[in-house]
Design a protein around this ligand. Sequence first.
Ligand SMILES: [Fe+2]
Ligand SMILES: [Fe+2]
Length: 197
Amino acid sequence: MTGNALPETRDIPGLDIDSRTGWPDELKVLLEKYPRDSWRSRPSPVAQFWLDKHDWFRHQSSALKSAGDDYREGRSDPMTFVTWLAPRLQDFIAHLHGHHQVEDYHYFPAFRAAEQRLAPGFDALAADHELLHDGISEIVATVNAFIEAARAGNPANDATRHAADRYLASSETMFRRLLRHLGDEEDLIIPVMLDRG
Ligand SMILES: [Fe+2]
Ligand SMILES: [Fe+2]
């Protein structure tokens, strides 16, 4: 989260996370040279480590979302759900913050300097991080309200249900955006890593 360009990067036309469906052609110049199906055959320990980390986020997002689905569909009660959820969500958020800090302060500046043609993509990814962190703040607020409601009253009462609904809505939005972000980030950065050896 460096630089003074962040405020305007939230509104890059066509590159914001909710309307993006991949990168425009001008940002795919290296992806065309190093297509996704060629990545595994090109040994790059740094790229592999980074892809594995992204896969961990995908796996954890899927587990958190599945647990939310189980609760919504009545397969778990509120206290069982929040007891399972709280430590896993805390761990997930801590890892995501740490990962984004490395990207914001090390990867993005280094790769932007190496490939200035891709600068708008790095602006978009930095803006994604800002939006994802806003989403995390909302998740923390909504899950805390949910835990408080579940502990304070009848776990099946309206306050608990409404608090749970707010948590589930905010987490689903954040997980959807995160999956978009992870894939687009890989498509932008892995080809730069492979090109630079
Ligand atoms: Fe990222
Ligand atoms: Fe990442």
